[in-house]
Design a protein around this ligand. Structure first.
Ligand code: F6R
Length: 369
């Protein structure tokens, strides 16, 4: 049942090219335009949307944070991401023009379900991005956009995360197309770029030997920091979450721009820091800014574990290790950059002799508060 892999998590990491490809399947017509028949909300209602609120927990919320950057860029609709357990007991500004997008692998997370009900009661349109057919959250929502990652058995989410980002991107591109605007034209081009991602993940998965070695060396590590910027910021937090869950190591993800506002005080000799470097063509010179962050922490003795695109030579002088990912457009990079972080957590957990698929104290689906 584990298809020759030692653990479900390893199997599911290796299924990620399919998770993305299958989630992309059948979302465009012959002309290349996006069609979301399954959405079941009228175009008129969707055109009237003036705000999107994503509600989710854990890894699914990080998928929402990644999607915020892309949806705002493409569809020009403000997106906020709320942890479902915070949203449901707060006094959120939600009405008939709000599209509440829940993201859940299981479709059974109690807090996310209650957030959706809370939003419905306030008159919002609700869309569920979900991996489990017939589960409760899609049933309670106006519409559903299924991720096709296949069953995820390991407690720690991997392939569902990539499928969630993919589905949220499809929704963002669909909204861009529907509403006209300057990105309506590019929606099809972005879909083509997305279709290239599965092969790039496949290629990336063949490069993970060094990441495994690094994890084996680091079995005694007590703390690991993760830095990222723009879409790399939620990737950094997801990398930290994987390490907490699987290897019980204190880990924290930061926005790289925050370094000087506090976290840089944590840097001392030998502190391992993963840095998710933006694609070199990311707007606003963010690449350069992150490279200078790497330089700053390296100068303070950090062990810089740098995730950078193929051909990015700027990082080399300041990197203790460079982990290469294939080139891709800046907004799609999370679908690649998170993979080495998943693999690192998996092997560190194994190196510590821990149960990869069933970490202590965790349940696959949190159906209580
Ligand atoms: C992390 C993880 C959790 C889930 C969260 C939401 O690896 O698995 O953080 O992402 O509990 O679960 P779903 O997506 O089922 O609502």
């Amino acid at each position: 049942e584990k298809g020759g892999y030692a653990t479900f998590m390893e199997k599911e990491i290796n299924e990620q090219p399919h998770a993305v490809a299958d989630t992309l399947l059948g979302r465009t017509d012959e002309s290349g335009a996006l069609v979301l028949d399954e959405l079941r909300i009228s175009e008129q209602q969707l055109r009237a949307v003036d705000k999107i609120t994503v509600v989710a927990c854990g890894t699914a919320a990080y998928a929402g944070m990644v999607a915020k950057y892309a949806i705002e860029h493409w569809a020009r609709i403000p997106v906020e991401v709320a942890l479902a357990h915070e949203f449901r007991y707060a006094d959120p500004v939600v009405n008939e023009r709000t599209l509440v997008v829940s993201i859940s692998q299981s479709g059974e997370t109690m807090d996310t379900l209650m957030a959706v009900k809370h939003a419905s009661d306030m008159g919002a349109l609700t869309v569920s991005i979900c991996n489990t057919h017939g589960s409760t959250i899609p049933r309670e929502s106006d519409a559903v956009l299924y991720t096709h990652a296949g069953p995820e058995i390991a407690v720690a989410s991997t392939k569902a995360f990539l499928a969630q980002i993919t589905a949220a991107y499809i929704l963002g591109l669909y909204l861009a197309q529907l509403r006209g605007g300057s990105y309506a034209e590019s929606a099809q081009a972005v879909m083509r770029d997305l279709h290239e991602i599965p092969a790039k993940i496949e290629e990336l998965l063949t490069r993970m030997d060094r990441v495994e070695e690094m994890a084996n060396f680091m079995a005694d590590t007590r703390s690991v920091l993760f830095l990222g910027r723009n879409v790399g910021f939620p990737v950094a937090m997801e990398g930290a979450l994987k390490l907490k869950e699987l290897a019980y190591i204190h880990a924290e993800g930061f926005a790289a721009g925050e370094l000087k506002h506090g976290p840089i005080a944590l840097i001392d000799a030998g502190q391992p820091v993963f840095v998710v470097v933006p694609a070199p063509d990311t707007p606003h010179e963010l690449h350069k800014k992150v490279v200078s962050n790497i330089q700053e922490i390296r100068a303070r003795g950090a062990r810089t574990l740098v995730i950078a695109h193929d051909g990015d030579e700027d990082v080399v002088p300041f990197a203790s290790e460079v982990i290469r990912i294939p080139q891709c457009p800046p907004l799609l990079a999370p679908l690649l950059a998170v993979v080495p972080l998943q693999v690192f957590a998996l092997h560190l957990s194994t190196a510590k002799g821990l149960d990869v698929d069933q970490p202590r104290n965790l349940a696959k689906s949190v159906t209580v508060e």
